[in-house]
Structure formats: structure tokens, C-alpha cells
Design a protein around this ligand. Structure first.
Ligand SMILES: Nc1ncnc2c1ncn2[C@@H]1O[C@H](COP(=O)(O)OP(=O)(O)OP(=O)(O)O)[C@@H](O)[C@H]1O
Ligand SMILES: [Mg+2]
Length: 218
């Protein structure tokens, strides 16, 4: 399998060093767990992979031929706990990611509706597409936000602590969906979590961020 994300001698710090000479290769199709104590740099590592932060030295290489055409979906830490300041439905939230495809009048076409419905069905939320997002539970919001990322057909999905604040049944549903996306849609998945006991069976590989390094622990 080809590498889809590679870090080469990557170093980064905000004021002082946080990550130092990190080397990491993630292959297409892996389901990777990332753990580590608070403040060790897990979220920072994700932002470096996403290109939201630039390394002080070293490189992030996406895709085998460094063509940089790897599409990545990202669910940031605690996003599902936030409410929108206005009333909005899941269908509308997901459509936001297709705004560029909507054309001049910004009216959803049949093709866009079918993409939205497809994304909703992948997270098993079709029947709630007209609900008020703000009134949905944390676990349901999480799934809608996953659908929003899925509508772009990402090759990689990155989650920062998606299990925070959701009950164990919702966690099972969430990880069942992630497992399906990984196995049957071939999406490479990276999940930062503190709940290793629960998550471990799902992961093909576990990394730990500790003392400025990223090491394999499974
Ligand atoms: N924008 C920033 N400017 C300065 N320092 C920052 C910034 N963002 C994070 N840090 C610091 O960098 C360190 C790593 O932060 P990061 O958010 O990557 O940790 P984390 O491993 O994700 O922690 P947690 O488990 O609490 O989410 C922390 O000490 C944090 O205070
Ligand atoms: Mg974090």
C-alpha cells in the first residue's frame, strides 16, 4: 500500500519545541489511533498534517508522488459541542460544503441533493435531515458533521477526540460508522482519543505523542 501521509524530520514549536524530528508514514487504508497526555501536541500534529500550521523544519508529504492532491476531511476538537447561532438543518449544513458546485443561483440541483442524501445515509441520519441542528444530541451532531466532511469524498478523515462527551451507545454507533467508512469505502482514518480502552479494537495501529516524538505503541 502507498503512503498517504508522511512526516519527514518534522520539527515544530509555538514558543518552545513541541515536536522534534518526527518521522511517520501512514499508509492508505490504515485506521490510526493517536493518544498522549494533554498538551503533548496531538492537535498540533493534526494541524501540521492539514497544512494549517507550517513546520519549522522538515516536511509533510501527502500522497505518494507528492502531488498534494489528497483530500482530507477534519472534525476539530469539541466542534459537535458548539451550537450554531441561527437555526439550520443537517441538510443545509452538509450542502455548505458543496457551495462551490452550486453554480450561479446557489440553488441545490438534483445531483447535489443526491450527494447530500448519500452522505446522510452513510452516517444513518437520513430521517433527521430537516431537524434543527441545535436541538440534536451531541452524538447526532457528530454524525451530521461527519456527513459534511464525507460529501467531498475525502481520502483521509481526521477526528480530534470525537468520543468526548458522548455516551457508550453513541460511541459504538460512531465507531461502527468509522469502521464501515474505513473497510468499505477505503478511507484512511486518524483519530485522536484519550479513550484507548474503548477504541483500541477498531484501530489497525496506535501512535503515542510523547516527549516531542511520535511512536508506535501497537
Ligand atoms: N496557538 C498556540 N500558541 C501557543 N501555544 C499553543 C498554541 N496551541 C497550542 N499551544 C500549546 O502547545 C501545546 C500542545 O497543544 P496541543 O493542543 O497540540 O495539545 P494536545 O495534545 O492536543 O492536548 P489535549 O489532549 O489537551 O487536547 C500545549 O502546551 C498548548 O498550550
Ligand atoms: Mg488536543
Amino acid at each position: 500500500m502507498e503512503n498517504i501521509v508522511e512526516l519527514k524530520d518534522l520539527s515544530f514549536g509555538y514558543k518552545k519545541d513541541l515536536l522534534k524530528n518526527v518521522n511517520l508514514k501512514i499508509k492508505s487504508g490504515e485506521f490510526v489511533g493517536i493518544t498522549g497526555d494533554n498538551g503533548e501536541g496531538k492537535t498540533t500534529l493534526l494541524k501540521l498534517i492539514l497544512g494549517q500550521l507550517k513546520p519549522d523544519s522538515g516536511q509533510v508529504i501527502l500522497g505518494e508522488n507528492s502531488d498534494k492532491n489528497v483530500s482530507i476531511g477534519y472534525l476539530e476538537q469539541r466542534l459537535a459541542e458548539k451550537n450554531m447561532s441561527f437555526s439550520i438543518t443537517p441538510e443545509e449544513i452538509i450542502s455548505l460544503n458543496l457551495y462551490d458546485e452550486m453554480g450561479f443561483f446557489k440553488i441545490p440541483s438534483k445531483k447535489i441533493n443526491s450527494k447530500v442524501n448519500n452522505a446522510l445515509s452513510m452516517v444513518k441520519m437520513c430521517e433527521k435531515k430537516d431537524y434543527d441542528f441545535n436541538n440534536m444530541s451531541g452524538g447526532e451532531k457528530q454524525r451530521i458533521l461527519i456527513a459534511k466532511e464525507l460529501v467531498d469524498n475525502p481520502q483521509v478523515l481526521i477526528f480530534d477526540e470525537p468520543t468526548a462527551g458522548i455516551d457508550s451507545d453513541s460511541k459504538k454507533i460512531l465507531f461502527g460508522i468509522l469502521e464501515h467508512l474505513n473497510k468499505f469505502h477505503g478511507i484512511t482514518i486518524l483519530v485522536v482519543t484519550h479513550e484507548m480502552e474503548f477504541c483500541k479494537p477498531y484501530f489497525s495501529r496506535v501512535l503515542r505523542v510523547k516527549d516531542q516524538r511520535v511512536v508506535d505503541v501497537l
